[in-house]
Design a protein around this ligand. Structure first.
Ligand SMILES: Cc1cc2nc3c(=O)[nH]c(=O)nc-3n(C[C@H](O)[C@H](O)[C@H](O)COP(=O)(O)O)c2cc1C
Length: 395
């Protein structure tokens, strides 16, 4: 396994997880990488490690450069096990190495790995550590996306090691953004943002304020490719996502048993499109809830449909709403719709859940008895068209 020298004396020594398809509940069609970085200086420093089953891959790369027992410092920017999973092995091979982490990081690492003999250097936000010809500057970025989250900046190299921020779940042979292309990297970064970082927009904005003051030519995150050519593009996009700025687009998501709800969904789509609004339609039996979040990231409106099943909504819709609630999208327009046979609670429950998330619901819930007839469909299409007009006016 070859390491890759990303700057003179600084190597990517991570692992490539080509076959990962699910990462804590969201789909990863492109797999992922766990990025660790080895810095050769007076104090040999490893920044982050990899998931436990990639440890040997990381060690093979490190061994191409140095004997791992020579590592003096391991920086743990983030406790989560996809970045700390290799720490016990490194500490076994380099028992005198010091673990540099935030106070919350130390707490988390102790809880996960039950190691009392690791020698910690606990750093405050803004603290610096000289490792020879380079300085490591640590900035805490709490809740981007755990309380312990920290970034490491190396001013002499104009290099930011921000851990999960700016990450993308994407396995690739190229390690740099321009080897993949902006559109693909942006899409992968959006998928990562919408499923992991979205709830923490306010903290991301604070972190961006700090990052934008730094002299940076390379951002090397802990997942996916390293940013060197598209930094000027991704920073404003991150700011847009963090501010919940959207495009005048609509997302329709539904489940159905006998296709009445599907018919309503497609009729709403026709109305929205008539108003000039682009629409994505997702069927929850074939689309994963995390793919729905990818679409929601830049969509002004979301329309969610369910039949009534046993006095409530369908479990697929309930799972989506639970997931969406946790990810806390803001500044969205919402509409609930569905079909029912006698009680009709399903669509009403969806409307209540969307309201509970703070969505603006300007139009009445569309709840139709069994299969709507032609005149009812005309009314449904009109609802879609009105929603479209609201989306375009509100932009
Ligand atoms: C297993 C089952 C349970 C149902 N339970 C309810 C119910 O509790 N209340 C209700 O109003 N309709 C209930 N219905 C009727 C459906 O809501 C109705 O058939 C609706 O039109 C289905 O929409 P769809 O065609 O989009 O699947 C139930 C239907 C099925 C198949």
């Amino acid at each position: 396994m070859k390491p890759l020298e990303i700057k003179p004396g600084i190597y990517w020594v991570g692992g490539i997880d080509w076959n990962l398809r699910l990462f804590h509940g969201h789909v990863t069609p492109r797999g992922t990488t766990y990025n660790a970085y080895l810095i050769i200086d007076d104090k040999i420093t490893l920044v982050d490690t990899v998931k436990y089953y990639m440890v040997n891959e990381m060690l093979d790369r490190i061994k191409e450069i140095i004997d791992p027992s020579r590592i003096d410092i391991v920086v743990s920017n983030h406790v989560e096990m996809d970045h700390s999973g290799g720490l016990p092995k490194i500490m076994e091979l380099a028992p005198n190495a010091k673990v540099v982490t935030s106070p919350q990081g130390q707490k988390g690492l102790k809880r996960y790995y039950k190691q009392d003999n690791w020698d910690f250097i606990v750093v405050k936000s803004g603290e610096e550590l000289n490792i020879g010809s380079r300085t490591l500057k640590f900035v805490h970025v709490p809740m981007v996306h755990w309380p312990d989250s920290m970034v490491t900046y190396i001013p002499e190299e104009k290099l930011l090691l921000p851990n999960d921020a700016f990450g993308q779940h994407m396995a690739s042979t190229g390690r740099f953004d321009d080897e993949i292309g902006w559109d693909i990297v942006r899409e992968a970064a959006a998928g990562y943002y919408s499923n992991i970082v979205l709830p923490y927009g306010e903290n991301v904005l604070k972190a961006l304020d700090v990052v934008e003051q730094l002299d940076i030519d390379t951002i090397a995150p802990s997942h996916g490719v390293i940013w060197r050519s598209y930094i000027d593009k991704i920073l404003p996009v991150y700011r847009r996502w963090a501010s919940n700025q959207t495009e005048p687009r609509a997302l329709i998501v539904y489940d159905t048993i006998w296709e009445s709800t599907k018919k309503i969904a497609l009729t709403l789509q026709a109305g929205l499109e008539e108003a000039g609004v682009p629409v994505v339609v997702r069927f929850l039996q074939t689309s994963h809830i995390s793919e729905v979040m990818d679409d929601l990231l830049e969509s002004k409106a979301v329309l969610i449909g369910t039949p009534t099943l046993n006095n409530g909504m369908m479990p697929t819709v309930s799972a989506l709403l639970t997931y969406m609630k946790g990810l806390r999208p803001k500044n969205r327009l919402g509409l609930a719709f569905g079909s029912y046979g006698w009680g009709g609670q399903g669509a009403r429950e969806v409307a209540a859940a969307m309201q509970g998330m703070g969505m603006e619901m300007p139009l009445d819930t569309v709840n139709m008895l069994y299969l709507p007839d032609e005149s009812e469909m005309v009314a449904v299409k009109e609802v879609g068209r009105k929603m479209g007009e609201l989306i375009l006016n509100i932009k």
